[in-house]
Design a protein around this ligand. Sequence first.
Ligand code: ZN
Length: 156
Amino acid sequence: MNYRIGHGFDRHRLEDGNGVVLGGVSIACEKQTIAHSDGDVLLHAVTDAIYSAIGDGDIGVHFPNTDEENKDADSTAFLAHALERSKTLGFSIVNVSATIICDAPRIAGVRNEINASVSTMLGAPVHVQGKTTEGCQTIDAIDVHAVALLSQGTCS
Ligand SMILES: [Zn+2]
């Protein structure tokens, strides 16, 4: 069995709006992400973690934000692409861990829903943690760090 770990990071600024999408879950709040795509910052970080684990570029290489085709794109398509590339190489996802850092929205109340949503997309356990910036944030944004563990081959 061959294991690979990958890390992904993403940040999107926030503006006044009517909700954010994290891991495919719509969260009602008075903010929205500023993004070329649908701005699902969690899926972007997880997607990059998978690309990183298999050594296959990153989300900006595969889906340039200069490409009009990617405008308002559904981030689940980015994740599906990374999963397809890893599957082609014989990898499957073991688990994913992510930390979402923002002062709003609060993650605690939607954590289980986010875990279930992303877990269904990946077919693997997912655990997200929410952190605030303890008032240190000078620019309104959501940061996400994600780690993905992938395995290749089978136990013998
Ligand atoms: Zn992004």
